[in-house]
Design a protein around this ligand. Structure first.
Ligand code: KG4
Ligand code: ZN
Length: 357
């Protein structure tokens, strides 16, 4: 089964053709991230306007193996169109949703609505490139169920129990900021603009000194499977102000702070995921979402899984941040085909009730 998948929930415009949920035939992404740099964050109207420009060229490129005519390519080769309907920015979602509906109407192929957050974890089902070192840490690459799946992105930090490829139960999530948000807000506080978690990771790697600052590990020892990262931002702000007041806000102290922020966030994420794995007698751990590209998180989660005799799966870095390949994977394994009249953009789509979409 070949699915044309479309993703436009934030500032990326992406399209991919995925065969049988695992094989990536094409994967095209256009991003307006750089355009938001001067504002220190995503400007929804700018993102949506750019997506309107990119959407058709991106879809056309994703279908190029089947010829330059979108309509012919779809009619002759594609079995369904998968589209992210939420959660996300309304203006951005609408661009993808209305395009997908039009494609479905004109070509007659069914449409599959996709929940962006749930879809992130299906990046673990995509075939990795033969030489890639990072997708599957244990080489026996069959996901064994039950699995615990942690999705960590810019807007979400969610834990799920996965009893099969289809059966998902939400276990807990953040009560305030997401882990990605904590990285992004710290990056802005430290003067890295909108470069977010990657800037923190790169600066943390330059830390040469011993630990000089200790940040809290919020909610690490409470009984729930929830998270809270907003207090971390306040603690970091306090440290930054202290350093500035003492004229010590310089390269090395910034690197120390980045190192400790990364340690604090990753400690909590790993601890809670392992707690969930014990509670539900999991056999595998799945990591996904933009923050899953963080090398320290990948390393710590992999080590903890190994120590606890759990299989560990994480997508290649390029499939952690937003793209349409995992939208196609989700649609194949868990999506429900419907007709275009039933599709709407759902910016507040729940991730807790996994039965909705
Ligand atoms: O999944 P994603 O691409 O978009 C959403 O659906 O939100 O995730 C974006 C998030 C941002 O918060 C970004 O700072 C974070 O992923 N991120 C990272 C790294 N690369 C991206 N966080 C930590 N370390 C990284 N290397
Ligand atoms: Zn995402």
């Amino acid at each position: 089964m070949k699915i044309l998948a479309i993703e436009s929930s934030c500032d990326e415009t992406a399209a991919a053709v995925i065969q049988d949920g695992t094989k990536i035939i094409t994967n095209v992404i256009a991003s307006s991230t750089l355009m938001h740099e001067k504002y220190g964050g995503i400007v929804p109207e700018v993102a949506a306007r750019e997506q309107l420009r990119y959407i058709l060229p991106v879809i056309t490129e994703s279908l190029l193996p089947y010829g330059p005519d979108i309509n012919d390519a779809i009619k002759n080769n594609i079995d369904a169109v998968a589209i992210t309907v939420g959660p996300g920015l309304i203006g951005s979602l609408l661009i993808g949703v209305e395009t997908a509906k039009t494609i479905s109407f004109v070509s007659g192929v069914p449409i599959i609505p996709v929940n962006h957050v749930l879809a992130h974890m299906y990046a673990n089902f995509l075939d990795s490139e033969p030489k890639s070192s990072s997708r599957v840490i244990s080489r026996d690459n069959q996901i064994k169920f039950p699995a615990i799946s942690l999705v960590v992105s810019g807007g979400h930090t969610e834990l799920f129990l996965m009893e099969s490829e289809k059966k998902l139960t939400w276990l807990g999530g953040t009560l305030d900021d997401a882990a990605g948000e904590a990285f992004d807000k710290t990056a802005r506080l430290l003067g890295f603009g909108s470069r977010g978690g990657l800037a923190i990771q790169e600066t943390a790697a330059k830390n040469k000194n011993k630990k000089s600052v200790t940040l809290p590990r919020p909610m690490i020892h409470d009984d729930s499977l929830n998270f809270s990262f907003s207090g971390l931002k306040t603690a970091i702000m306090r440290e930054v102000n202290k350093l500035k007041a003492n004229n010590q806000f310089e390269r090395q102290t910034i690197a120390q702070l980045c190192h400790e922020v990364q340690e604090a966030i990753t400690d909590v994420l790993v601890f809670k995921t392992l707690a969930a794995a014990h509670l539900y007698h999991a056999k595998s751990i799945l990591l996904s979402g933009g923050v899953a590209s963080n090398l320290k998180l990948r390393e710590k989660m992999s080590e903890s899984a190994l120590k606890n005799k759990l299989k560990f799966f994480v997508p290649e870095v390029k499939f952690c941040t937003d793209n349409a390949a995992y939208i196609g994977a989700y649609a194949y394994f868990r999506g429900k085909q419907t007709s275009w009249e039933k599709i709407n953009a759902l910016p507040d789509l729940s991730v807790e009730d996994t039965a909705i979409i």
